[in-house]
Design a protein around this ligand. Structure first.
Ligand code: ATP
Length: 384
């Protein structure tokens, strides 16, 4: 049990022609005791490097990593009291499951043989692989190998678990099942876990908190719902949520009783508190999530207030919902080809799977004011 602190941690690699690659840039995170923290971000953003520095598999260029109050920068990986589970499982092919799980325990702990056997059997039971202890990894399915890799981490009873995309080699169904199992296991063990994934759904469903990285820089740390409802910037807003948030460039026009956001196809009056938060700005980016947009067939009526006229270009049914692509504006597009070819502003709305709209339909899209996000047009920082 321990609290892990990353204090301005930086990693600079030097590539073959001598130039520097800043893989991790002054990242600071406090990982609380017993917490499930998910490190998430696109490929190459520095997730694995961060995890490897915590594990002791990568040196730290600058900054400090602490386990409770102890600085562990220079402590070898094997002495850190941290167990890591890899995407590739990293099992020894010539050893049985039992040997894989107990390997290293003899040297790194003072446990007797009986105690080691007990621990291995208990962890195997927890992972549902009690029957497989005498098999070799080659005789196991991918899912079973993953359980062994997790079991091997559990027997060490470490202060912290580190997991690098541990489910990515499993098929979609098994991955979903293992997600739930892993969460339950983590709650049971009550041991801090840092879990790396590039999959925002995995991050949202598994993490107590998520830490979002981009280009080596930490963008936001918060609960999944905080990151969803109050994204710190446009990158987080875009990364969290599926389909992604829509963004529209708008000018700010100050009016006697507030402000109006003026876009290519939009005149959107906002209330005082929003007007206050964008006072003095000439332009912002308006963000709206697909699930917050309502659409209605226009039946010849004018779009008013917080509505935008649009024409449906594509409808993608997923079963419980329909993903609807909307070309904004009043122009009539004759057929599907014209609709799809247009480079006009398009937004996506998700609506109930039972509602019927078809490509070509003219609609009005309602953008509720309490659901809009506003971002600085240059830095992308959230301003509302
Ligand atoms: P992925 O999801 O693709 O695994 P990641 O977010 O885990 O990506 P890292 O593997 O941490 O990203 O890499 C971060 C950056 O550091 C990348 O630009 C990568 O090319 C670079 N990098 C990683 N390891 C090395 C290395 N040993 N030498 C040079 N550059 C490296």
């Amino acid at each position: 049990m321990a609290e892990t602190t990353l204090d301005n941690v930086t990693k600079v690699f030097t590539d073959d022609d001598g130039s520097d690659i800043v893989a991790v840039d002054e990242v600071s995170i406090d990982i609380e005791d017993g917490e499930f923290l998910v490190l998430v971000g696109p490929s190459g953003c520095g997730k694995s490097t961060t995890l490897r520095m915590i594990a002791g598999l990568e040196t730290i260029t600058d900054g400090e990593i602490r386990l409770d109050d102890r600085v562990i920068n220079d402590i070898p990986a094997k002495d850190r009291d941290i167990a890591m589970v890899f995407q590739s499982y990293a099992l020894y092919p010539h050893m049985t499951v039992r040997e894989n799980m107990s390997f290293g325990l003899e040297e790194s702990t003072e446990l007797s043989d009986d105690e080691i056997t007990d621990r291995v059997e208990e962890a195997a039971e927890m992972m549902g692989i009690g029957e497989l202890l005498d098999r070799k990894p080659g005789e196991l399915s991918g899912g079973q190998q993953q359980r062994v890799a997790l079991g091997r981490a559990i027997v060490r009873e470490p202060a912290v678990f580190l997991m690098d995309e541990p489910l990515s080699n499993l098929d979609a169904k098994l991955r979903a099942q293992m997600r739930t199992e892993l969460q339950q296991l983590q709650e049971e063990l009550d041991t801090a876990t840092v879990y790396v994934t590039h999959d925002q759904t995995e991050a949202m469903t598994m993490g107590d908190r998520i830490a979002i990285l981009n280009d080596g820089e930490l963008q936001q740390v918060g609960t999944p719902l905080e990151c969803y409802h109050e994204p710190a910037n446009q990158f987080v807003a875009n990364f969290i949520g599926e389909p992604s948030m829509n963004f529209l460039d708008v000018d700010v026009r100050e009016t006697a009783d507030g402000a109006t956001l003026v876009g290519e196809h939009l005149e959107y009056a906002v209330s005082d508190d929003i007007a206050d938060s964008i006072e003095g700005r000439s332009d912002v980016v308006l963000g709206i999530r697909p699930e917050d947009i309502d659409i209605e067939r226009d039946e010849g009526r004018q779009a008013g207030g917080h509505e935008v006229p649009a024409q449906v270009s594509v409808v993608e049914p997923t079963g419980d919902e329909n993903i609807v692509y909307l070309v904004l504006g009043n122009d009539e597009f004759g057929d599907d080809t014209e609709l799809l070819d247009t480079d006009r502003e398009t937004i996506i709305a998700t609506i109930d799977g039972m509602s019927t709209v078809n490509s070509g339909d003219r609609v009005v899209a309602h953008i509720p004011e309490d659901a809009i996000h506003l971002f600085d047009a240059r830095t992308g920082e959230a301003v509302h």
